[in-house]
Every structure is written in C-alpha cells, then in structure tokens.
Ligand binder design. Sequence first.
Ligand code: HEC
Ligand code: HEC
Ligand code: HEC
Ligand code: HEC
Length: 120
Amino acid sequence: MKVIILLPALLLSASLQVSANDIQMSDKHAMLECDSCHNSELAHVVAPSDQSCLECHGPMADLVAATHTERQPHDTKVAPNPHDSAHYGTTMSCFACHAEHKPAKVFCDTCHAFDYQNFK
Ligand code: HEC
Ligand code: HEC
Ligand code: HEC
Ligand code: HEC
C-alpha cells in the first residue's frame, strides 16, 4: 500500500527535476540564477512577475525613455516605442515579447511589420 501512495509524489519530484535541468535560458540571461527572476514561493512553476524584471531593468519610466523614438503616425521607417504603445500603453507583460525559455518575438509584429534592430 505504501508504494502506491508514494508513487505520485516520486513522479512529481522527478518531473520538476527534469524541467530544472532541461530548461533553456536566453543568451542575454545565461549568467543568471533561476531565483533572479523566479523569486516567489511558486518559483520555477509559474512565470515570474514583470516587477522581477523591473528590479534590474526599471523603473518603467526609464525603460520607456530608453526606447523612445521621434515617430510620426504611419511612419514606415521608424518603429514606435514598444514599451509605451498606442494600444497597450505601458501595461503589456514583458514576456509577451521577451520570452525567456522559448524564442522571443515582438508581439506587435503579429499584425504590423515594425523593424526593431535591438530586440533580444
Ligand atoms: C538579476 C537581474 C536581471 C533580471 C531579474 C532580469 N534581467 Fe534582463 N538582463 C540582465 C543582464 C545582466 C543583462 C545583460 C546586460 C545588459 O544587456 O543589460 C540583461 C539583458 C536583458 C535584455 C537585453 C538588453 C539590451 O540591451 O538589449 C532584455 C530585453 C532583458 N534583459 C529583459 C528582461 C526581462 C523581460 C526580464 C524578466 C523576465 C529580465 N530581463 C530580468 C539582468 C536581469
Ligand atoms: C491584433 C493586431 C495588432 C497588434 C498585436 C498590434 N496592433 Fe497596432 N494596430 C493594429 C491596427 C488594426 C491598427 C489600425 C490600422 C493602422 O493604422 O495600421 C493599428 C495601429 C497602430 C498604430 C498607428 C498607426 C501607425 O503606424 O502609426 C501604431 C503606432 C501601432 N498600431 C502600434 C502598435 C504597437 C507598438 C504594438 C505592440 C505593442 C501593436 N501596435 C500591436 C493592430 C494591431
Ligand atoms: C511589445 C513588445 C515588448 C514588451 C511588452 C516589452 N518589450 Fe522590452 N523591448 C522590445 C523591443 C522591440 C525592444 C528593442 C527596441 C529597439 O530595437 O529599439 C526592447 C528593448 C528592451 C530593453 C533594452 C532597452 C535599451 O536600453 O535599449 C530592455 C532592458 C527591455 N526591453 C526590457 C523589458 C521589460 C523589463 C519589459 C516589461 C516591463 C519589456 N521590455 C516589455 C519589446 C517589448
Ligand atoms: C531572466 C528571468 C528568468 C530566469 C533567470 C529564469 N526564468 Fe523561468 N521563466 C521566465 C519567464 C519570463 C517565464 C514565462 C515563460 C517564458 O517566457 O518562457 C518563465 C517560466 C518558467 C517556467 C514555467 C514553464 C514555462 O516555460 O512557462 C518554469 C518551469 C521555469 N521558468 C523554470 C526556470 C528555471 C528552472 C530557471 C533556472 C535554470 C529559470 N526558469 C530561470 C523568466 C526567467
């Protein structure tokens, strides 16, 4: 009986172990520990909060300023500020674009064709 009760727990810890070993990090963050971003009680199970990104890359106002561009509406040569956009303002989650363990993609380009040169 004991074996049957223990089995699910063993399987669960084994699968968490696998995800910690197999997880892919982006090149830009290869030097970071898991806990630099996953600093909650649900570490390594759910996505981190945007606030954890902003602890190193914020405050938000500075990030918005860093990617500010002088752009007129419908300009096809200059891309708009991704951190303060027409539709979403400053509210969009960081990893809608900067995914960490899968390829990063600029969400705007689902619909547009903005050319961001420095996206990572
Ligand atoms: C513990 C600090 C730390 C945390 C937390 C962190 N980063 Fe980074 N990030 C770095 C460092 C260090 C670099 C590489 C040096 C640099 O380019 O600033 C970097 C690089 C980047 C870059 C490329 C910067 C550039 O100049 O092109 C992006 C984009 C980025 N991080 C986004 C994020 C996002 C999104 C999160 C949250 C999921 C996050 N970071 C969490 C430290 C951190
Ligand atoms: C679901 C589709 C969709 C997504 C995703 C999307 N947009 Fe748009 N956007 C549109 C549509 C539709 C218009 C109105 C038609 C137009 O003007 O091109 C528009 C208009 C705009 C305009 C005004 C037109 C211009 O070129 O000046 C800007 C600026 C803009 N979007 C920026 C963004 C940014 C930045 C993002 C990402 C943060 C984004 N959009 C994501 C569909 C989208
Ligand atoms: C709509 C997509 C999108 C979202 C959401 C987004 N970013 Fe970015 N981010 C970009 C793009 C695109 C660039 C590159 C801009 C360029 O090429 O000029 C960038 C650049 C950066 C940089 C480098 C800035 C620099 O100094 O050049 C950092 C750091 C960064 N993002 C962090 C974040 C963090 C933290 C969040 C959440 C608070 C976030 N981003 C949300 C698209 C996004
Ligand atoms: C730079 C910040 C950052 C670091 C460091 C980081 N993660 Fe993540 N993690 C994320 C983000 C952002 C997500 C949301 C999904 C995505 O973008 O891939 C996530 C999601 C996850 C998930 C949920 C499953 C998924 O893919 O959505 C697991 C599990 C995970 N991370 C494990 C780890 C482990 C293990 C480490 C250390 C080897 C680690 N993470 C380091 C940012 C980070």
